[in-house]
Design a protein around this ligand. Structure first.
Ligand code: G
Ligand code: G
Ligand code: MN
Ligand code: NA
Length: 252
């Protein structure tokens, strides 16, 4: 069976699962949000990471039902946790380029919020620079329509794309997520440290929040904190965790 048919079947059989990675406030060190990250639990192969099937899902269009499943499941899960007394965390969900281009994306997101009962200010969608730029002017309209729902928008993997400052300034977004490739070299690699500090300064000038991804060491966190970064995510605090594990560790 081809990977495509197997993925199609996995979707039907609900063999996909979401893991949740904590996002932490730099200053208070409190858990403030979670990012939903999809995995494929293949009965034969075990856990398959998204790098191995998201690109294929993009090529084949399977990303549309897959993305719909991710959004619905993640919204339902957070609302369940909130109903059970969890603090009002934010939920970040990754949106691929193909999903972003669906004409009814905002309508679809609105329906999922209603269906799950999750309040819009709890939801944040993560988009890459290239996803937004690929769609030019229409990209801007899609962002406006999403933002009108009352949800937040963040730029994922920031620094790896080509957006100019002028372009960035016009985007209706709330947050930049510094790509982990820059975080990795901090503090020894002067270039990485410089780039991260520049992104933080720029975000602050544009009144955007800024989160660093892939924070693995205390030295990285301390440098980023000093530079004015708002929040971080990474193995230093926690790996992405299965729902039950996340709840056991953080929600009681
Ligand atoms: O979870 P991991 O850290 O292995 O993620 C690898 C890549 O897969 C990242 O680029 C991440 O953005 C992407 N990814 C994970 N979950 C989803 C998802 O639900 N939808 C989309 N479009 N991409 C995802
Ligand atoms: O592209 P996106 O930012 O959505 O994907 C996040 C990816 O980063 C996931 O694959 C996640 O498992 C991974 N990740 C999360 N924290 C760390 C970390 O501290 N170090 C590394 N190397 N990867 C991380
Ligand atoms: Mn992401
Ligand atoms: Na990223």
């Amino acid at each position: 069976l081809s990977l495509e048919s197997r993925l199609r079947r996995a979707l039907e059989r609900e063999e996909l699962v979401l893991h949740y990675q904590p996002q932490v406030d730099m200053r208070t060190t409190r858990l403030t949000g979670i990012e939903a990250l999809v995995r494929w639990e293949d009965p034969a192969e075990g856990l398959i990471p998204p790098d191995r099937f998201i690109p294929l899902a993009e090529e084949t269009g399977l990303i549309i039902p897959l993305g719909a499943w991710v959004l619905a499941s993640a919204c339902r899960q957070l609302q369940d946790w909130i109903d059970g007394g969890a603090p009002p965390l934010t939920l970040a969900v990754n949106i691929s380029s193909h999903q972003f281009a669906q004409p009814d994306l905002a309508l679809h997101v609105d329906r999922e919020l209603t269906a799950s009962g999750l309040s819009p200010e709890r939801l944040e969608l993560e988009l890459t620079e290239s996803t937004i730029m690929q769609h030019n002017r229409r990209g801007m309209e899609i962002l406006e329509a999403l933002r009108a729902l009352g949800i937040a928008l963040s730029i994922d993997d920031f620094g790896t794309g080509y957006s100019s400052l002028a372009y960035l300034k016009r985007l209706p977004i709330d947050k930049l997520k510094i790509d982990k490739s820059f975080v990795q070299g901090i503090p020894e690699d002067r270039n990485d440290a410089e780039i991260a500090a520049t992104i933080i300064a720029m975000a602050r000038n544009l009144n955007l929040r800024v989160l660093a991804e892939g924070v693995e060491t205390e030295a990285q966190r301390d440098f980023l904190h000093q530079a004015g970064c708002d929040a971080y995510q990474g193995y230093l605090f926690s790996r992405p965790l299965p729902a039950a594990e996340f709840a056991r560790q953080y929600l009681r």
